[in-house]
Design a protein around this ligand. Structure first.
Ligand code: DC
Length: 221
């Protein structure tokens, strides 16, 4: 079967990584979580206490790789598994500060493009269909209403034993959307040829089935 590149973009907390992982598994493709790469750079900057200029100078010392463990893909920073460390709120916030830096984006985009050389890849992020792989054979743009995404995050936080306030979570979702779509470097936007999947009213199983159908239709064309 011919191998293609699948680019998945969309807002934060709309299930991109869950969908990307499920599709990669279905297709027998490699999954690449580009958000994890920005988070790893953010962790490096936090650990070393670097400002923007120092971080840009240190980029050649940052080596990011992925390994496969029983519970899925883990990101490594200079050979050390940092999967748990990058998922904190602090690193997430720092990632949204380092991701607008042009040199950081150029550094990571070059690595992401190299990963697509062999095709057979599902990559998710914000700029995959527009900047990283503008020629990707299949582009998906995931979306859901801010209220629904805030609801999902609210439940996730409650499941983690936290005591969130819904209005705060919704404000955070809206703020992140604003930052993602208004930054000067590679803002989040829908590629013209992307297939839009609004999953506000869909269960996870319905979304997976829907995305599999789109993929199958595409590959059999
Ligand atoms: O999807 P995420 O929350 O793991 O992303 C972390 C941060 O990196 C978030 O601020 C958006 C940014 N990001 C980006 O600018 N470009 C990408 N391709 C992926 C993530």
């Amino acid at each position: 079967m011919r191998k293609i590149i699948v680019a998945i973009d969309g807002y934060s907390s709309c299930g991109k990584s869950t969908m990307a992982k499920a599709l990669a598994e279905y297709a027998g493709y490699t999954y690449v979580d580009t958000g994890a790469m920005y988070r790893a750079v953010a962790l490096y900057a936090l650990e070393k206490g670097l400002d923007e200029q120092q971080l840009v100078a240190a980029l050649p010392d940052i080596h990011i790789s992925f390994i496969h463990k029983a519970d899925g893909q883990h990101v490594c920073l200079n050979g050390k598994d940092v999967e748990a460390q990058i998922r904190t709120l602090e690193v997430g916030n720092k990632a949204s500060q380092v991701s607008p830096i042009k040199a950081v984006r150029q550094f990571l985009v070059a690595q992401q493009q190299a990963m697509g050389d062999e095709k057979g890849i599902v990559m998710d992020g914000r700029d995959i269909g527009t900047v990283v792989f503008p020629n990707a054979e299949l582009k998906l743009f995931l979306t859901a209403t801010p209220e629904e995404r805030a609801n999902r995050r609210f439940k996730e936080l409650q499941d983690k034993g936290e005591n969130p306030v819904f209005e705060d979570v919704l404000r955070d979702v809206n703020d992140r959307d604003y930052r993602d779509t208004h930054r000067a470097e590679s803002p989040l936007r829908q590629a013209e040829d992307a297939v839009v999947v609004d999953n506000t009213e869909m269960t996870k199983e319905e979304q997976i089935a829907h995305i599999r159908r789109i993929f199958d239709d595409h590959i059999n064309r």
